[in-house]
Design a protein around this ligand. Structure first.
Ligand code: SF4
Length: 239
């Protein structure tokens, strides 16, 4: 592949690259996609489904991370079919400095029709990242994450995502009463559009919670997303 050359010294700290597969969650659910899962997270949600990106008590973090040159990531992308590129984590915006040249080169070289960045919404996106992405999938954490509010909700960052005009809001929900907490955040920060997603890492839990949430979510006029990869492959890595 011949791409416009990014700075060879810039590296991303990656947990895994995978695809083609389907985007399992949110507004692009079911779309053919390539995933770049970045290493590292500054939060510690008690139900986190990717603890290998940050939790040294459960994982050997030295094994779970590798430094990948931006040019190597671009080469992988060029050889992996799909229109959608999903940047996920961990918390990808911890690596904004390296993401900026990567995303710019992806655009410049036409390596993705659309690019989504999945984030907790606690770090404001830089102007260059806003410019380069198609959409942010922002997932502010609720109280059931076990995190104190000051850690999981950063009003200034949330406002930057709203101002970007590129944010979809995906709330991880365990039970119907959680929807009141979502409503409070949606009203307080004027979040739109809203997607509710059941928390769960096995298909039975995801389906049970989807069925409980479907009518209450409809009643509030929001969108509902399953976790397609869990329904298809349970909690397999890199699917
Ligand atoms: S923000 Fe995401 S990656 Fe970080 S601990 Fe929470 S669920 Fe896991």
């Amino acid at each position: 592949m011949s791409t416009a050359a990014p700075d060879a010294a810039v590296t991303l700290v990656v947990n895994e690259l995978f695809g083609p597969t389907f985007q399992g969650e949110g507004p692009s659910q079911g779309r053919l996609a390539r995933f770049v899962r970045l290493f590292g997270c500054h939060l510690a949600c008690c139900w986190c489904d990717t603890p290998q990106t940050w939790d040294r008590r459960r994982h050997d973090l030295a094994v779970e991370q590798r430094h990948l040159g931006v040019d190597e990531a671009l080469n992988w992308l060029a050889g992996t079919p799909g229109d959608l590129l999903v940047i996920t984590g961990g918390e990808p915006l911890l690596q904004q400095r390296a993401l900026e040249p990567f995303l710019a080169a992806v655009r410049q070289n036409g390596l993705a029709g659309e690019t989504e960045v999945e984030t907790s919404g606690t770090i404001a996106p830089s102007p260059a990242v806003v410019e380069a992405v198609t959409r942010f999938i922002v997932s502010p954490k609720l109280a059931h994450s076990g995190l104190p509010e000051r850690q999981r909700l950063r009003p200034a960052a949330l406002r930057q995502f709203v101002l970007s005009g590129k944010a979809s809001w995906k709330f991880v929900v365990q039970s119907v009463p959680d929807l009141d907490e979502v409503e409070d955040l949606v009203t307080r920060y004027r979040l739109n559009p809203v997607w509710v997603m059941p928390e769960g890492t096995d298909s039975a839990t995801v389906l049970d919670r989807m069925r409980l949430l479907a009518d209450p979510v409809l009643a509030r006029g929001w969108n509902l997303t399953s976790r397609l990869h869990i329904l298809l492959w349970e909690n397999a890595r890199a699917r």
